[in-house]
Ligand binder design. Structure first.
Ligand SMILES: N[C@@H](CCC(=O)N[C@@H](CS)C(=O)NCC(=O)O)C(=O)O
Length: 228
């Protein structure tokens, strides 16, 4: 069975957005995997020792790092299984969706939940995460997250293109979910798993789509352990 090296919090919660894309992609392709708990401070010891980030897939000895490279590997290696992109044009358009998700969701969310992420980590990871992220932000994690209530309306407003799309179709992929859905699902799942901060209003159409994503593949996303 394939092994997916999957970022884990102190209590085993799997919260990484990049890893969630890959978890969903493997399920979409109907490929069973062992999602192996990996801490930030254990990434350097994965497989060949050359990996800097997770997810990393070990597919019967074939090591692939980077979520996009893994998606392409799965699409090319298992062409008879359900397509992740829906063809060459779909693959090209998915890159835009992924870029939007990173620029709008990952960047928007990290400022709202970075301290919650830190609090979920194991002691060794806490030290690594605080040092590396405070270097990146140039200030303490507490300050980055402070005042998030005031920034929430702008974050919600930034999701308008997604709302407009979902008002006319059930999935970003159209009639069924595709990798594009998973790239957008993953950062919301990240927030759900480490934080209790209410990101979306109760009646936000994005919520209904997110709930549909949580139900996919026998509730793979929903079964994941939540923030306590
Ligand atoms: N481009 C990579 C990015 C993966 C990534 O940044 N993963 C984070 C966890 S969500 C990580 O492993 N970070 C390692 C670190 O910060 O040292 C991908 O899409 O897989």
């Amino acid at each position: 069975m394939a092994v997916l090296f999957d970022l884990a919090a102190a209590d085993g919660r799997r919260f990484s957005p990049h890893c969630w894309r890959t978890r969903m992609a493997l399920a979409h392709k109907n490929l069973p995997c062992e999602a192996r708990a990996t801490r930030f401070t254990e990434i350097a010891f994965i497989a060949d020792g050359h990996q800097k980030t997770v997810p990393v897939l070990d597919d019967d000895g074939k090591i692939v790092g980077d979520s996009w490279a893994i998606a392409e590997y799965l699409e090319n290696t298992y062409p008879d299984k359900p397509s992740l992109f829906g063809g060459a044009s779909g693959r090209a358009l998915t890159l835009f969706v992924q870029d939007w998700a990173i620029a709008t969701l990952h960047i928007g969310l990290i400022n709202l939940i970075v301290l919650d992420i830190f609090l979920s980590l194991s002691p060794a990871d806490k030290e690594y995460f605080r040092t590396s992220r405070e270097k990146r932000f140039g200030r303490p994690l507490e300050e980055v997250q402070a005042g998030r209530e005031e920034r929430l309306p702008a974050f919600r407003q930034s999701l308008q293109p997604l709302r407009m799309l979902l008002s006319g179709q059930e999935w970003i992929g159209g009639e069924g979910p595709l990798y594009a859905d998973y790239t957008v699902f993953a950062p919301f799942q990240w927030a759900r798993l480490v934080s209790n901060f209410p990101l979306l209003e109760e009646d936000d159409i994005i919520r209904a789509w997110f709930e549909r994503c949580l139900d996919l593949y026998d509730g793979l996303g929903r079964k994941a352990q939540m923030a306590g």
